[in-house]
Design a protein around this ligand. Sequence first.
Ligand code: FPP
Length: 255
Amino acid sequence: MLQRLKALFGKASAKPTSPALDPEAIPKHIAIIMDGNGRWAKNRGLPRMAGHHSGMKTVKRITMAADRLGVKYLTLYAFSTENWKRPKAEVEFLMKLPQEFLSIELKELIENNVQVRMMGHKGDLPDHTLKAVEEAIAQTANNDGLVLNFALNYGSRKEMIEAVRDIGQAVSEGKLSPADIDESTMEAHLLSAGIPDPDLLIRTSGELRLSNFMLWQLAYSEMWFTDVYWPEFTEEHFYEAVREYQRRGRRYGGL
Ligand code: FPP
């Protein structure tokens, strides 16, 4: 708590400067499309993998910043169902990152009471990737601090198709009446079941699109875009997004 207050008010802390945020209006769930690793690397004459590796360090930085602010859920788009189209070497590299990240950071995540989760289609993941993530999930299952939710091999359309298929199956088995299908039925069948919709979506790198990310769940989320590439995205940028979120009036279609 003390650390959190220091982060909020910037006093007696070596951490980033005061975000001057309203502690009563911190978004409960922030989702991030971490984009621009490749361009960041290219601008420096480095291979794309160096960008992803640097992006992994940003994951740590922003996870800790979210935790200090009191965000409850942080969902990070780490690999999409479309990313398999990338060159084999890049895919293999990306599939090693969760393992590397967790081997370095899991201890500190546990010390900070962070709960690791994964949202994605597990079937296509290499064994070593899934094993590393599942071990982290198991080891942090009883933590009740920040939920760090990796969207890994995640695709929103596939998620919705599978949800509809499951619902259709329940109908055909007579377990569910079509008339009883409502938003909560759909939500219960999505990969994000049990996690509230994001309050705030952040996308880095200047791209202004959703790229098949949480299309159902983002229906009423506030969106914040920045030109900054993910590897150079700092706590200050993160606070700026939250500050802008706090300026917005959320009406959910009402007045
Ligand atoms: C998009 O940038 C980024 C990705 C597809 C991968 C994101 C992965 C990380 C940030 C590291 C993940 C770390 C963990 C711990 C899982 P891009 O490569 O499309 O960038 P570009 O548009 O500039 O080419």
